[in-house]
Design a protein around this ligand. Structure first.
Ligand SMILES: [Mn+2]
Length: 444
């Protein structure tokens, strides 16, 4: 017999993985964890008959020849099944998590760093042209929604989108899928959510915008990470560390989210015995130390966080400048030559006196004033920046003043310029590739 299990505390991605696994091993029996994650309960209770998961007891008289494990590769998360593992058992692991020191030994591993594990399994079905039924497709889609945060988590990969596309083509119902993954629906969750928002603390650490919260609860609460996720989404900081202390058993929990590689959650929580990914993780604090950890947290984690990038790190240092006594026509030819949409204007001594862009030149062209001096058409009030400005504050200036260039000054000298291109490059997007695509469109 082939048995399929997921990690304990079955979540939507587990259920999605399990239903798709039936198309790879049609004869397999799906086994149920003793715990269903609160967020997945809603989905599970609706489709319980259809899923027909078996408890370990119900199959105790059958011999398992092959065990297929989905959505985890670590022994720590399959404790309730650990007695099933023995040397004669064939074990296959399908997982999207990164390697772990408690990896299940001698298992065949099928792994890819997708946002959802469901997508990894779907990719095999896609390759083999398998058609699946709409209910399975809907369950699988909730798994992808849940693990990718509706395709917004930084861990989301192209395979997740491909898998979603495949599931929709197979009849997945988006309405049902999104209704079933509402993170916050329980009344207590809503009041906790507001309680957290009212108690947020804002810190700047090495140029990053970080929020923290410390909440005491009687006991562990269902769907805590879903609530943390919602707060993270609404407040939109670079990282968020939520501290919880459970009074009844005197235990603590840190749940953390990050948007930046400079703030690596896995590295930060490691010192507290926790872990996860770059962008998400948690740590259980086994005694009542949590308040003390919270109070010195900022100081303690500082060394683990890399400095946020500043204007100086991303600016173009070789600045093309236009002289104020040039004609508009000369400026126009020069901009075309350097392939920029604007440039700072300087006087004889090299001092910044204005800024001229293609937009300004257009105005002169319209009324045949291309031989006028640049100084007649340039903007005299130039928005400038300093080398220590954060990227976020530069983006805000771009938006506020509708500009795309920010000369960076030091003691009145231009030491660089940050353009939209520099920011796009910083974000890791490849300008060159886009250019090739545009050329293709032109040639159509
Ligand atoms: Mn997962």
């Amino acid at each position: 017999m082939i048995a399929v299990i997921g990690h304990s505390n079955t979540d939507n991605d587990c259920l999605g993985s399990m239903v798709l696994m039936r198309y790879i091993y049609p004869e397999a029996i799906l086994i149920k964890s003793t715990l269903i994650h609160p967020v997945a309960k809603n989905l599970y209770s609706l489709y319980a008959d259809f899923l027909s998961l078996k408890t370990q007891n119900e199959i105790s008289d059958q011999k398992i020849d092959k065990l297929v494990i989905v959505d985890t590769r670590t022994k720590a998360r399959i404790n309730e099944y650990i007695h099933l593992l023995n040397s004669s058992l064939e074990v296959e692991v399908w997982d999207h998590h990164i390697a772990d020191s408690f990896d299940i030994e001698s298992a065949k591993l099928i792994s890819e760093e997708t946002g959802a594990n469901t997508s990894l399994i779907a990719s095999i079905l896609i390759k083999n042209n398998i058609k699946i039924n709409p209910i399975d497709a809907t369950i699988a889609l909730t798994g992808i929604y849940a693990d990718t945060g509706n395709f917004t988590h930084a861990s989301t990969k192209d395979l997740d989108f491909e898998a979603a596309h495949y599931l929709i083509k197979n009849g997945a119902d988006i309405k049902v899928a999104t209704r079933k993954i509402k993170l916050i629906n329980h009344e207590g969750q809503i009041s906790l959510f507001h309680n957290i928002l009212n108690n947020l603390i804002y810190k700047t650490i090495k140029g990053h915008y970080i929020t923290l919260s410390y909440i005491e609860l009687d006991e562990q609460f269902p769907g805590l990470s879903g609530i943390v996720e919602k707060v993270f989404e609404i407040e939109n900081p670079d990282a968020y560390f939520a501290f919880f202390y459970f009074l009844k058993n005197k235990k603590g929990l840190i749940i953390a989210r990050s948007k930046k590689e400079e703030i690596n959650i896995n590295n930060i929580l490691y010192r507290y015995g926790g872990g996860g990914h770059i962008f998400a993780g948690s740590a259980k604090i086994e005694n009542d130390d949590i308040k003390r950890i919270f109070l010195s947290f900022k100081k303690d984690i500082e060394e683990k966080i890399e400095f946020a990038k500043k204007a100086y790190d991303i600016m173009t240092k070789n600045v093309y400048m236009i002289k104020e006594n040039w004609t508009v026509k000369e400026a126009s030819i020069y901009l075309e030559f350097i392939n920029y949409t604007g440039a700072p204007v300087v006087d004889e001594s090299g001092k910044l006196v204005g800024f001229i862009s293609l937009r300004d030149i257009m105005k002169a062209r319209k009324i045949n004033q291309m031989n006028s001096p640049v100084s007649a058409y340039m903007h005299k009030k130039v928005i400038t920046g300093t080398k220590d400005m954060t990227i976020e504050s530069i983006e805000l200036l771009f938006q506020k003043y509708n500009i795309g260039h920010l000369p960076i000054l030091e003691d009145d000298n231009i030491i660089g310029i940050v353009t939209r291109k520099d920011i796009i490059k910083y974000l890791g997007l490849n300008l060159e590739e886009k250019y090739i695509i545009m050329q293709n469109i032109d040639s159509l």
